[in-house]
Write a protein that binds this ligand. Sequence first.
Ligand SMILES: [Zn+2]
Length: 277
Amino acid sequence: MPELPEVETVRRGLNTVVGRRIVSATVGRDRVVRRTSAQTLIDGVTGVEITAVQRRGKYLVIHTTGDQRVMIHLRMSGQVLITAADSAPPAHTHVRMTLDDRREIRFVDPRTFGEVVAYRVRDEPEVVPELIRLGPDPLVDGIATKYVVAAFAGRRRRLKDALLDQSVIAGIGNIYGDEICHAARISPLRPVGSVNRRGVVRLTDAIHRVLADAVAAGGSTLGDAQYVGVDGAAGTFQNHHRVYGRTGLRCRTCGRGLIRRTVVSQRSTHHCPVCQR
Ligand SMILES: [Zn+2]
């Protein structure tokens, strides 16, 4: 599933449509617009100019000159592509927004868990309530050590669980949760209340460093997933994973441990038992 670095890569790609006007829109599969309706999206975006594209956690929000915004969530297999409007759309193209420069924004999603939601700004709390519940975003807001110390104090939940909780920190999912714990040299299985202040400093450093490196690499594209940037290019950060998907292989950091896979809250979790405590 695309996480912060992948969604940020898409956001940066969408910067090239800022200032363009959407001349028409079509919806092919109602499941993608299930939260409102196809007509709501078409009416909301037709004729408006795109003024900004923001990201919060794994959510993209397109701002326009109209009274509507458009939230896009890629979920498992969603893609946002920018193509020539007259090129043949790939299979599973569910939304097309044609621009005034003969390009088109396309939302493609084989599994259709993803969503494209148009909503009036004042209706945001009702239509997309999860946006308000998101914790700070590491890239947009930064994560302060003090904040994490307070969030972890006295809590028994495991570190991996806490990192995946979007209301604590927005944007981290299964891949980067594992990579961040490894970079911080802390076991993802540790109860968060047992991580001391020095550990939290290492963790907040690792959050910023791992996510920045992954954004610089255009995110991670795995063999079984469909994530690509707006130009269709795959990311390359999967070549730098140190624990995720490396079960049984020797740790690239300490050279001694064998990467162990466990299950935390039904999510596969990878760590090195030697250099992560
Ligand atoms: Zn190790």
